[in-house]
Design a binder for this molecule. Structure first.
Ligand code: IPD
Length: 267
């Protein structure tokens, strides 16, 4: 078995355990613990508890690896592997009782910076849907035991796309401008699911034709990007304003990637 496969198996086990904790805590009621970058950017007690569980399980199994998590920060390891973790992606959905949230766990090698790392394994788990999307580098993308693939083509009605919005109100006009460029060019319709990792998993599974967003954090896309590429799709990330805090992400079936990237201004 390859290292990537071993990392994938471990991530699946931990994501299931973490997802169960998130689901149980949600059923018991959610407490907002703090706001972060903006008033709309919240963290719940469950986000922290689930990340602590993931971090502890990883430290026990792979003590030499690094860690980069949404809630508890970064720690360099002594091995070449870093775990990039969003314990609950879709926190606002979670807080409102909308079931579209996910545990996202990726293992990357190299410098733990998007654009520089090489993703080895990725898992996106929807606890409410009971779905586990997973991939190991070079071994394809899977939903449970079934292989998944991006859509081979897009019909004449246009592409079903998804997007999202960052928490900073100052970025909203730019987000709307982006939608204004993309939609007339190639969309049949647009979704805003509220969990970027699931948007990417859905592109991988052919439930969406493409996805674009400004301002994602590394843990929002680390696992999902590998799902997309292992499912035969394309993933692009650029920093149009030279700001690593506001990257533009585009992921899609190859049938529309170039058009979507051009409309979004990726190049
Ligand atoms: C957010 C979600 C959302 C996206 C935001 C992300 P979080 O992550 O993925 O869909 O639009 O940009 O910050 O805060 O729920 O982990």
């Amino acid at each position: 078995m390859s290292l990537a496969h071993d990392l994938e198996s471990l991530a699946i086990d931990i994501a299931r355990e973490a997802g169960e904790l998130a689901r149980v805590r949600r059923d018991a009621g959610v407490a907002i613990a703090a706001t972060k970058s903006a008033l709309a950017d919240i963290v719940t007690e469950a986000d922290r508890e689930v990340e602590a569980l993931i971090r502890a399980r990883l430290a026990a199994e792979r003590p030499d690896d690094g860690f980069l998590g949404e809630e508890s920060g970064a720690e360099r390891g002594t091995s070449d592997v870093t775990w990039v973790v969003d314990p609950i992606d879709g926190t606002v959905n979670y807080a409102y009782g909308i079931p579209t949230y996910a545990v996202s766990i990726a293992a990357v090698s190299g410098e733990p910076t998007p654009g520089e790392w090489q993703a080895l394994a990725g898992v996106v788990h929807s606890p409410v849907g009971g779905e586990v999307f997973h991939a190991a580098r070079g071994e394809g993308a899977w939903l449970g035991a079934s292989r998944i693939a991006v859509n081979a083509e897009v019909g004449p009605a246009g592409a079903l796309l998804a997007t999202g919005f960052g928490y900073d109100p100052a970025t909203r006009p730019g987000d709307l401008d982006l939608i204004g460029r993309v939609m007339p060019e190639l969309a049949r319709d647009l979704r805003r699911g509220g969990a970027a990792s699931l948007d990417l998993a859905y592109v991988a599974a052919g439930r969406l034709d493409g996805y674009f967003e400004r301002g994602l954090a590394p843990w929002d896309h680390a696992a999902g990007a590998l799902l997309v590429t292992e499912a035969g799709g394309r993933f692009g990330r650029a920093e149009p304003d030279g700001s690593p805090r506001a990257p533009l992400i585009v992921a899609a079936t190859p049938a529309i990637f170039d058009r979507l990237a051009a409309a979004a201004g990726l190049n």
